[in-house]
Design a protein around this ligand. Structure first.
Ligand SMILES: [Zn+2]
Length: 265
């Protein structure tokens, strides 16, 4: 967990280029990125790909479009909400299409493949570059720390399924939405899955001792945490609890969670 600037990527092929995420709607940052485009020969930009709906990833979308003329591209699940966020910024994209899992974008010597990856948000999308075996993961995998799974925005079960599905790709590296490149993708993905399984186990063990409120679980599990991260930590626990509830393993009653009878030990 933590806060670091969002990464903006340019996939540069022989027949064109595509941005993957745009960063915030911040004129200074946007100008820097457009200047960078000139330094690589001002290639035609064929798509502005948005990994998900959070403003640090799509805020600059319309500004990128004004300069490049390229269409916005996202999962169909988040197209409407992204359009609404842009409308709030008093911006209306001229062209915007959605892609489904397995669709590809050809940039000549590079091909980008879109990968449905819900969990951090319900319409999160990763992008697989087949030649260099690179996976752009948005916020689904970060260069450091743990991805926020907020139960109002995302889903822990789907997040774990997404991580498992990433193991099916032959990857050389991961290009995350924040933080540095990950050069040991398989190990990193397995570590992230393991981390969530351990956290879930910790919650189950704690509830086996007796029914508890979210606040009590939080205090037990996160004993030394920067106060700025407390709310995010609470929502991580909540996401695990929602998963356990959906699976029938935990019950939520009068603000208290308890282990379902048949799972009590
Ligand atoms: Zn995000």
């Amino acid at each position: 967990m933590g806060v670091s600037p969002p990464n903006v990527y340019l996939a540069l092929g022989s027949d064109g280029a595509a941005f993957i995420d745009t960063g915030f709607n911040n004129a200074e940052d946007i100008n820097l990125r457009m200047d960078y485009l000139k330094t690589v020969g001002n290639p035609p930009v064929t798509a502005i790909i948005l990994t998900h709906k959070h403003p640090d990833h799509m805020g600059g979308a319309t500004s990128f479009q004004k300069v490049t003329g390229a269409p916005l591209v996202s999962s169909p699940i988040e197209k409407e909400i992204i359009e609404a966020i842009l409308k709030n910024q008093r911006e209306h994209p001229k062209s915007y299409y959605s892609v489904k899992h397995g669709d590809t974008l050809n940039l000549g010597n590079l091909t980008l493949e879109f990968v449905h990856g819900p969990g951090h948000t319900m319409g999160s999308m990763a992008v697989f570059e087949q030649k260099q075996k690179a996976l752009f993961t948005g916020d689904t995998i970060l260069g450091f720390g743990t991805t926020a799974i907020n139960p109002d925005d995302g889903n822990m079960e789907q997040y774990l399924e997404t991580l498992e599905s990433f193991l099916n790709y032959d990857l050389s590296f991961i290009l995350p939405g924040h933080g540095p490149m990950i050069r040991n993708p398989q190990a990193k993905i397995k570590e992230l899955i393991q981390h969530r399984i351990q956290r879930e186990q910790q919650i189950i063990s704690s509830l086996q001792e007796g029914a508890k409120s979210l606040e009590n679980l939080f205090k037990e599990i996160y004993t030394e945490l920067d106060p700025r991260l407390h709310n995010q930590a609470r929502s991580q626990i909540k996401s695990h609890l929602v998963k356990l509830e959906n699976e029938g393993r935990a019950i939520f009653r009068s603000e208290i969670y308890e282990i379902a009878k048949q799972y009590k030990v």
